[in-house]
Design a binder for this molecule. Structure first.
Ligand code: FAD
Length: 527
């Protein structure tokens, strides 16, 4: 079957931005932007996508003032642009002012609350904080109007309606209704606040929010709505006779750039669940070295130490093809030989991509998921390969006790797990995953006393994550998250005690050593 789904498609009201369109869309844009940099393999991004789509649908009428965008940083085409924008974690929310010529990389929204309403309020704030003297001519004022501007309308004939929402200073309803009606003509919407005593008194207002409608014939009435909510006010105004959508602005030109590729088909690769695939491991290493780490401009201090340990562990334990292992060893030698405290990541990339290639040392830059392919491109892939890599490494550490000799890590049965823990906590793009993993490590990693226990610890924790994620949106329906290994893979791993399922951990350990052992890694699909 084909892989055709990304998290966002051209059917969604979001603007799908890519490396080809991002900068050009943001630079000196007539609208502000709120852009989500996500990764299609990040579980939290998957879970959040319905909210983001709902938000984009909810504020579709605001598109002449602010647009909602998405950039898939897991898409090969966008690797460079996400790196340039310094996107380390997913999802990252950045907003960009309208008519900005500075070409900067936007401001990050760091709030933990990503509920639809909170983000919608953030959008209002972004617009309202636009520098006043440069307020775009086509944007309606969002600040409260003065009482004289309203009261002067009483008895005055005009060409169109004026609606005035009177509310508390902190309320967003007025500004939201103003923006909802932006693409409509035949009326103006304004906002006033209840601290304006003169206005409250003259219009006889006793409770807020409320809305007054000034008709073209000079009369004015209270707007009667069943509930004093944004949706009720906006719908009422859109249905007034003579109020209709402006023709020319209903669909901004740049609403759907670069969306053709969204339906890209990836050929399905046959594989068996009982094997591990070198193509997954190499694709994972490629992504980790050239994409995930490359978002860091320089490595220094603790980050550099974590990177060095990671390269040490992989160079010494990865049971890969000779050209890849040699590449990792050369990278390690280079890192160890450098007395530098700080390394620009571009130097590492140059070594991996160019210098070593000359000597025939090469890590493919093609992403080929096999055992880690998903039924859609948004599922599985990189995080699956990372789990697989670390299972392979724990098994290697237990079957080749001398492999880490003279590295400083040889005495430590936890060497692989600690390296994984620190990599995940520092560099893994899914920050929430890192937090969860750290919690698990804090809870029980200190109980691990041998390399075999390390193999089992990672298996147990991976199952814990599977159990937590079962039924979540990051679960691929073709690959349901279950306790693993399933009985078809390892019947002897499963037992029953008093009618209750229990693991035979000795059998599990034997199975893991066989499954993740070097001889079970298939070279199929590696070119
Ligand atoms: P994965 O869980 O990625 O497993 C890959 C392969 O490993 C499976 O296909 C199977 O062959 C094998 N396997 C399965 N279970 C075990 C086991 N117990 N022991 C050994 N091998 C096994 N996503 C979130 O949404 N929230 C999180 O908090 C989160 N935390 C993560 C933490 C880490 C350290 C990592 C690497 C990933 C995390 N993810 C999280 C991603 C998530 O765990 C999956 O990797 C992702 O959803 C892809 O799932 P998958 O179906 O490919 O299987």
């Amino acid at each position: 079957w084909g892989q055709s789904t990304r998290l966002y498609t051209e059917e969604d009201p979001v603007v799908i931005l890519t490396s080809d369109t991002l900068k050009q869309s943001l630079q000196n844009s007539s609208t502000a932007w709120l852009v989500q940099f996500y990764s299609s393999w990040c579980g939290h991004c998957i879970q959040y996508s319905p909210t983001w789509k709902a938000l984009a649908g909810d504020v579709k009428d605001w598109s002449q003032a602010i647009l909602i965008g998405v950039v898939d940083c897991a898409h090969e085409k966008n690797f460079d642009i996400c790196k340039e924008f310094g996107i380390h974690f997913y999802p990252t929310f950045r907003y960009f002012k309208a008519h900005d010529t500075t070409n900067d990389f936007g401001k990050t929204y760091r709030g933990a609350d990503r509920e639809l309403q909170t983000v919608r309020h953030l959008m209002v704030n972004i617009l309202q904080n636009h520098t006043r003297p440069n307020w775009p001519a086509n944007w309606p004022p969002l600040d409260p109007v003065r009482s004289e501007d309203i009261l002067s309308l009483i008895g005055k004939k005009t060409e169109h309606y004026t609606a005035v929402i009177v509310e508390e200073e902190v309320s967003y309803i007025g500004r939201e209704v103003i923006l909802d009606l932006m693409p409509y003509e035949g009326l103006t919407v304004k906002r006033a606040v209840n601290s304006d005593k003169l206005l409250m008194e003259k219009l006889g207002i006793t409770s807020v929010p409320t809305a007054h409608l000034f008709h073209p014939n000079g009369t004015h009435t209270v707007m009667h709505v069943q509930k004093r909510l944004r949706f009720f006010f906006s719908s009422f105004l859109k249905l007034l006779p003579g109020v209709h959508r402006k023709q020319s602005t209903s669909s901004p030109q740049h609403l759907k750039p670069g969306s053709k590729e969204q339906g890209a088909q990836v050929e399905w690769k046959d594989f068996t669940k009982s094997e591990v695939y070198m193509a997954d491991l190499e694709s994972g290493l490629h992504y980790l070295l050239r994409v995930e780490l490359a978002t860091h401009k320089t490595l220094e201090g603790e980050e550099l130490k974590i990177f060095k340990d990671f390269v040490t562990v992989v160079a010494k334990l990865f049971p890969g093809r000779q050209s890849v292992v040699k590449l990792l060893e050369t990278l390690l030698e280079w890192l160890v030989s450098l007395p530098l405290e700080k390394i620009p990541y571009d130097a590492i990339l140059d070594l991996v991509n160019n210098k070593m290639r000359i000597s025939g040392l090469y890590l493919s830059d093609r992403v080929q998921w096999v055992g880690c392919q998903g039924s859609s491109v948004a599922l599985r892939g990189y995080p699956c390969s990372l789990w697989t890599l670390f299972h392979v490494l724990t098994v290697q550490a237990s079957s080749r006790p001398d492999a880490l000799a003279n590295t400083g890590l040889e005495e430590d049965p936890l060497a692989v797990l600690q390296t994984m823990r620190r990599y995940i906590g520092t560099f893994f793009g899914c920050q929430e995953c890192g937090k969860h993993f750290e919690e698990m490590a804090l809870e029980s990693l200190n109980q691990v006393k041998s390399v075999d226990e390390a193999v089992l610890w990672l298996w147990r924790k991976h199952n814990q994550v599977n159990a937590r994620l079962a039924g979540s949106m990051s679960e691929d329906p073709m690959f349901p998250k279950t306790l693993w290994p399933t009985p078809d893979l390892c019947p002897s791993c499963h037992e029953e005690q008093d009618g209750l399922h229990v693991w035979n951990e000795q059998m599990v350990l034997a199975f893991l050593k066989q499954h993740y052992g070097a001889s079970n890694i298939s070279p199929k699909y590696t070119s």
